[in-house]
Design a protein around this ligand. Structure first.
Ligand SMILES: NC(=O)c1ccc[n+]([C@@H]2O[C@H](COP(=O)([O-])OP(=O)(O)OC[C@H]3O[C@@H](n4cnc5c(N)ncnc54)[C@H](O)[C@@H]3O)[C@@H](O)[C@H]2O)c1
Length: 252
């Protein structure tokens, strides 16, 4: 029997980088996966790839910042597969502007996707898990940018720091329902969050002690561990899959 047999997982932001790889990794261990993306093509492409590899998956187009759409995505998961056991809040957008030049609209949109979207998906999925009465697991995808100040991307760094405490608070609030909540912290992995040509090519910078760029599978395998019964005693924590980038920070 595979590790996640009988489980239903929702993964948001299933583009070809980290989210798509998480969907594939969970499906490879037996989970039925609902691939949610604002871009329907990306949602469906991820689901098709899972099915081509022998798994079960559904693609759902959904802007997670819209309360009605977030609710519908969870309802579609239940309508198709009957339950929800796992949620991975992975969707995000980023930007480069600083406090001096970031348009307010950019600040609002980045905060909305990362924080509002994670809130809405979590609220709907967690209520579904509570109603099932069999617990569950949530993993929020953070970033090294959430652990330290950054020279660019004021909204992104602020929102990702928020994800860390969102995770801890959810873990405390859902523990009595046997729902575990953790986060994973990636560093520069695969193609950049903004899409397009990869920034993460060529020799890695000095700030990655492991001496290479992150691979989507690095993140996906960490998520797989955290949602599995192997992590049964782990909740409210952050797993840094960052090649050592944050090891030099106080509190590492
Ligand atoms: N790639 C990196 O180097 C890196 C580093 C640190 C953290 N992260 C984090 O890892 C996660 C995945 O990163 P990635 O590089 O795979 O991102 P990506 O940009 O490749 O994919 C993100 C996906 O989210 C989707 N999305 C955006 N807004 C949405 C919305 N409102 N509703 C639904 N879907 C939406 C996009 O369409 C896209 O498919 C993100 O949370 C990101 O912040 C990535």
């Amino acid at each position: 029997m595979a590790l996640l047999d009988g489980k239903v997982a929702i993964v948001t932001g299933t583009g070809p980088n980290i989210g798509g790889e998480i969907a594939r990794a969970l499906a490879a261990k037996g989970a039925k996966v609902v691939c949610v993306d604002r871009d329907l093509d990306r949602a469906e492409a991820a689901a098709i790839q899972v099915r081509e590899e022998g798994g079960e998956a559904l693609g759902v187009g959904c802007d997670i910042t819209d309360p009605d759409e977030a609710k519908r995505a969870v309802q579609e998961a239940v309508a198709t597969y009957g339950r929800v056991d796992i949620l991975v809040n992975n969707a995000a957008i980023t930007h480069r502007e600083t406090i001096l030049d970031s348009p307010f609209e950019t600040w609002q949109r980045v905060i909305a996707v990362i924080l509002n979207g994670s809130f809405l998906m979590s609220q709907n999925a967690a209520n579904q898990m509570v109603s099932q009465g069999e617990g569950g697991a949530v993993v929020n995808i953070a970033s090294t940018s959430g652990h330290m100040g950054t020279k660019a991307g004021i909204a992104y760094a602020t929102a990702k720091a928020g994800i860390l405490n969102f995770t801890r608070s959810m873990a405390l609030q859902l523990a009595e329902h046997n729902i575990r909540v953790n986060s994973v912290t990636p560093t520069q992995t695969g193609i950049p969050v903004a899409g397009g040509k990869s920034r993460w090519e060529g020799p890695p910078p000095d700030n990655i002690p492991r001496g290479r760029w992150g691979k989507p599978s690095d993140q996906a395998q960490a998520v797989l561990f955290l949602v599995s019964s192997n992590a049964d005693f782990i909740t409210g924590t952050d797993l840094k899959v960052d090649g050592g980038v944050t090891a030099g920070l106080a509190g590492g």
